[in-house]
Design a protein around this ligand. Structure first.
Ligand code: FES
Length: 273
């Protein structure tokens, strides 16, 4: 059987689809359209390397009372003593770092995020690289086929992300204890963890799936005033979703670095009271 030519303008897809203008140039844009994509690729690439190294390091993630968000919740008997605030239900069967098991959820949430999809489709897969720049691939099937059809799992990751937001808030509240476990302490680490929890909440609540869950499918807003109010708040946050995606990601790394440095004894946590 003869294989169909994907660039054939009578049967091709994407920019080669029937009816698309016949332009041989990849783009007619003269601005530096590739700059945002380059920066995105660099930052996301660095984050992926950093998170992988830290997750596999399996150490320096707890400095009483602060637990790094990359290791929270720590559920294994191999966790550093005092860091398992939710018990150790995993036991010791998992041979690798305890961070690997829980990172699946926040990582899956970010990987399937509508904004990050746009970012890495453009930066890494060049599909397409930018508006009005033809992609190099001959065929385009979008998210209609395996594996990209799995991106639809995002709404379920959102529920997991809500649980993680609660857990990270709990961790931040625990930051009001001192090294001996007494309440009434506040250090710079407490502030770092509080800001991290607030940004994670803002990012999670600004999610497109959250917007759909609060106000989607409603035919009459007037009959659902509470959901309408919630939808309005989420919509306002949703307009800032891209910014929240970046700020929460950067702060997450800074929080981990802060706990790492404390755990290594690089300095002492400045204490307010
Ligand atoms: Fe970005 Fe849901 S769309 S987190």
């Amino acid at each position: 059987m003869t294989k169909a030519d994907p660039t054939d303008r009578t049967t091709g897809t994407g920019v080669h689809a029937p009816g698309r203008a016949r332009i041989s140039a990849r783009t007619l844009r003269t601005d530096r359209w590739w700059m945002p994509q380059l920066i995105t690729a660099l930052v996301l690439g660095l984050f992926a390397i950093y998170a992988t190294l830290r997750a596999f390091q399996n150490g320096d993630y707890y400095s009483k009372p602060y637990l790094s968000p990359l290791y929270s919740p720590c559920l294994s008997t191999k966790c550093v003593p005092g860091s398992s605030d939710f018990g150790e239900p995993i036991g010791s069967w998992f041979p690798l770092s305890p961070a690997i098991l829980i990172l699946i959820f926040p990582l899956g949430f970010r990987m399937t995020c509508y904004y990050y999809r746009k970012a890495y489709y453009r930066s890494f897969w060049l599909s397409p690289p930018a508006c009005a720049v033809a992609e190099p691939h001959a065929k385009y099937t979008g998210e209609t086929r395996f594996p990209l059809v799995l991106q639809n799992i995002h709404r379920y990751f959102w529920y997991a992300a809500m649980v993680f937001s609660v857990i990270l808030t709990f961790d931040a509240v625990l930051g009001f204890r001192d090294e001996k476990g007494n309440w009434g302490h506040m250090g710079l680490g407490t502030v770092v963890l509080l800001v991290n929890a607030a940004l994670i909440w803002a990012y999670t609540l600004s999610c497109h799936s959250c917007r759909h869950i609060t106000g989607g499918r409603l035919k009459h807003f007037s009959k659902h005033p509470v959901r309408y109010w919630a939808w309005m708040q989420v919509s306002a946050l949703n307009a800032k979703h891209m910014q929240l995606a970046w700020v929460s990601l950067v702060w997450l790394v800074l929080t981990d670095v802060y706990v790492f440095l404390l755990a290594r004894g690089a300095f002492s946590d400045p204490r307010f009271f």
